[in-house]
Design a binder for this molecule. Structure first.
Ligand code: NAP
Length: 332
C-alpha cells in the first residue's frame, strides 16, 4: 500500500523551538532532539515511528540521535530511519542533522565491538547503508576503549571526516581525562570535537561531580545530554507504581530496584512543585538539564503524547534561579 505523501509543516522553524550553538562550532542544535534508542526498532509499528519523526520535524527538531545498535533488534532503528528518509525526508536532507555511533557490540567476532579503526570504519559503513545516507552529520565513539590506543580511535574519527562519511565527530561516555586528551588530539588534527554526549539528569549528576561539565564549558565543546528524563523516572510515569507498558516493566535497561520509596517521594514532591509552576514533571526535568548548560537534550519517547509534552518544554520560560534552588532542595 502506498504511504500518504508527507509535506512538512510550513512553520516548522517558527513553531517555537529554540536553536543553541553547539560549543564554538558553526552548528545550531534544537534545544530538544529526538533519540531512537528504544522505541523505533523493528518491534515498534513503522507507522508509529514515522509519525513521531514527522511530528518532531514539523516542530523544529532537526537533530536525530542514533547508534549502530539501537533497536531492538540492533540495527533496526537505523533501518527505520532509512525507510523514513527514503519515503519522505530525502528532499529535506539538508535540514536534518543525523548522528550515529559505534563502540558497543554489534556483530560477532573481534571487529564488531569497541574502538579499533577497523570496527569504527566498518560500523559507519553499515550505518550509512541501513540509513540510506551518503554521510552522517555527526559520528561518535560510543564508549571509551581502554584496550585500543587512544590515538587509533581518534585518528579513525579524523580519517572518517576526511573520507566525507561524517561531517563532524563526537565523544560519548568517555571519562574526563581521556576526553581532555581527545579534545586536544582532534583539535590538533583539524577535526575539533563537535559534542560530548553524556548522561546528566536530576537523578544522575555524576558528570558534574567528575568535572566533565566544567571541562566542556572550559573547552567550549557542545554538550548533548542523553536520558535527560532518567529513562522515564523523571516523568509522571512512575508516580503511582510501574505501568505495564512502561520501559521499567518491559526493558532491562531500567531496573525496578531504582524506584525506591524515597525516590518516589521526591518525585511526587517535584511533581507538585512543577504543577504549581504550570509545568509538568518531565518539562521541569528537561528545563533543569538545559539550565545546567546542555546544548540539547535528547529525549526518547514511546508515544506521540510524550513527544508533544517534551517539545513544549522549549516554549516555556527558562527556570529561574529560585526555581533551580527549590528543585535542588527537593532532589538533594
Ligand atoms: N550515548 C549513549 O550511550 C546513550 C545512552 C542512552 C541513550 N542515548 C540517547 O539518548 C536518547 C534518550 O535516552 P532515553 O530514551 O533514555 O531518554 P529519556 O528521555 O530519559 O527517557 C525516555 C522514556 O521516558 C518516558 N517519557 C519520555 N517523555 C515522557 C513524557 N513526556 N511523559 C511520560 N513519560 C515520558 C518514556 O518511557 P516509556 O517508554 O515507559 O513510555 C520514554 O521511553 C536515546 O534515544 C539515545 O538516542 C545515548
Amino acid at each position: 500500500m502506498t504511504e500518504p505523501a508527507y509535506t512538512p509543516a510550513a512553520d516548522r522553524y517558527g513553531s517555537g523551538m529554540p536553536f543553541r550553538r553547539c560549543g564554538c562550532s558553526g552548528i545550531l542544535l534544537p534545544a530538544v532532539s529526538l533519540g531512537l534508542w528504544k522505541n523505533f526498532g523493528a518491534e515498534t509499528p513503522y507507522a508509529d515511528s514515522r509519525a513521531m519523526v514527522h511530528y518532531a520535524f514539523d516542530h523544529g527538531i532537526t537533530h536525530y540521535d542514533l547508534a549502530n545498535n539501537y533497536g531492538p533488534p540492533p540495527g533496526s532503528a537505523e533501518t527505520t530511519m532509512g525507510r523514513i528518509v527514503e519515503e519522505s525526508l530525502r528532499p529535506y536532507r539538508d535540514e536534518l542533522f543525523i548522528a550515529t555511533k559505534a563502540g558497543y557490540e554489534m556483530w560477532p567476532g573481534p571487529y564488531g565491538n569497541w574502538g579499533s579503526r577497523k570496527s569504527l570504519t566498518a560500523s559507519l559503513d553499515q550505518s550509512l547503508c541501513r540509513m540510506k545516507l551518503d554521510y552522517v552529520d555527526l559520528f561518535y565513539t560510543h564508549r571509551y576503549d581502554p584496550e585500543t590506543p587512544i590515538e587509533e580511535t581518534l585518528q579513525a574519527l579524523v580519517d572518517i571526516v576526511r573520507s566525507g562519511k561524517a561531517l563532524y565527530v563526537g565523544i560519548s561516555r568517555w571519562p574526563t581525562e581521556a576526553t581532555r586528551m581527545a579534545f586536544n588530539y582532534l583539535r590538533e588534527h583539524d577535526t575539533p570535537c563537535l559534542a560530548y554526549q553524556g548522561r546528566l539528569n536530576l537523578i544522575d549528576r555524576s558528570m558534574q561531580q567528575s568535572g566533565l561539565t566544567d571541562l566542556l564549558r572550559k573547552e567550549d565543546v557542545g554538550f548533548v545530554s542523553f536520558s535527560p528524563l532518567a529513562q522515564g523516572l523523571l516523568t509522571d510515569r512512575y508516580l503511582a507504581g510501574v505501568p505495564e507498558d512502561s520501559r521499567m516493566a518491559l526493558n532491562a535497561s531500567l531496573r525496578r530496584d531504582v524506584l525506591t520509596h524515597e525516590l518516589t517521594d521526591r518525585l511526587k514532591r517535584l511533581n507538585n512543585f512543577a504543577r504549581e509552576a504550570g509545568r509538568t514533571l518531565a518539562q521541569t526535568a528537561l528545563g533543569w538539564v538545559l539550565a545546567e548548560g546542555a546544548t540539547s537534550v535528547i529525549v526518547g519517547v514511546s508515544r506521540l503524547k510524550q513527544l508533544k509534552e517534551d517539545i513544549a518544554t522549549a516554549q516555556l520560560p527558562s527556570l529561574t534561579s529560585d526555581e533551580l534552588e527549590a528543585i535542588r532542595k527537593i532532589m538533594d
